[in-house]
Design a binder for this molecule. Sequence first.
Ligand code: FAD
Ligand code: NAI
Length: 326
Amino acid sequence: MKKVAVIGAGLCGATAAAELTRQGYQVTVFDKGRGAGGRMSSKRTDQGYLDMGAQYFTARSQEFKRQVNSWLEAGLVELWPCTTALLSDEDGVSSLQISADQQARYIGVPSMQSPVKDLVQSIPQFTGCRIEQLSYRQQSWTLVCEQGLSYAGFDAVVVTLPPVQAQRLMAQSALPELMGSSAQLLEPCWAVAMHTRAIPSEDAIFCQHPKLRFISHQQHKKGRLPCYILHFNAEFSALHLQEPAEFWFAEASAILRQQLNIQDDITAVVAHRWLYASQNDQLSAPGLIDLPEQRLWVAGDWSFGGRVENAYLAGLKLAQAVIEQS
Ligand code: FAD
Ligand code: NAI
């Protein structure tokens, strides 16, 4: 039986691992985080989860619609009954308008990572395990983690990290430079959770705003703490990347007061910095990147344009590539 190492347990890696396992491969998954989920991870608190990463997902392709339907049947995913709005800010004059649409938007329950965890639940996983080096000798791969432990004997390696992290792993492993300009594909995002008693009539607010890209409220998300999550846009996040959480709490509080007109007390809950969050649409998506002779593939959501659905499709394509080369 062929042994495959999957590095990264976000939706892309989990999908590739599940599909390869289904096809009879012996798969091991490695992730530096505490569990599977990656950018679909919600933060656990005593009062409920906080969706600090992906807020929801849509399904447009037949493959992903089929997968989402099976998650819906299993109770791992629900429709998010959100009311959408558009927050515009032109020359300091802001307006908030309901912008109703028919788009179905889904969430994992009770947390965003639920469907990802389910995909890999019966697959051997090493978590808290940051892979720092790869070596290929006599047609066999060995992985070395930051604690210095080695994992040997893999016929193929599937890398599903954000491109800068994939590039770093290749460089540390003295492998050819594969990423090129794709390394710049993902941009940062500061995400901030704030609590207030005020309950909004809109809970998915798209922003055309100098600082923000999205505001959501978790009131209609099962298992969540009912509070606001603000996502600052890539430009503003990059400009103030090193600022401490207090800076982001102050920004978030001012925006909630000025733009959403909230009068109640506002409490800061959590701020999280994502260094690699969203696709830079100015760069083209590269598809799968590979070293076919050594049976190594690199991909993620960024391979096909970002978004949860593209992470899933990238995972399927990775599995297909491994199978075709075996
Ligand atoms: P990731 O989820 O990033 O998985 C990569 C994994 O690799 C991670 O688990 C990481 O821990 C691990 N890793 C990294 N380096 C190493 C290493 N050296 N060794 C081992 N493991 C390593 N998409 C939507 O469709 N809708 C949204 O509303 C939405 N909102 C978003 C909001 C934010 C703030 C962010 C950050 C993302 C959002 N996205 C959204 C994008 C969506 O989350 C991603 O498209 C998707 O989750 C990416 O999955 P992935 O498996 O490709 O990558
Ligand atoms: P979608 O179809 O809901 O949204 C796509 C885009 O269409 C939105 O970004 C928004 O600009 C616009 N839009 C959709 N509905 C709207 C409405 N009712 N009113 C005003 N504008 C509307 O979902 P899709 O295509 O699955 O995209 C995923 C979402 O995830 C996007 O909103 C994207 O910006 C967001 N995302 C955020 C990241 C971050 O770093 N914060 C990272 C990756 C994705």
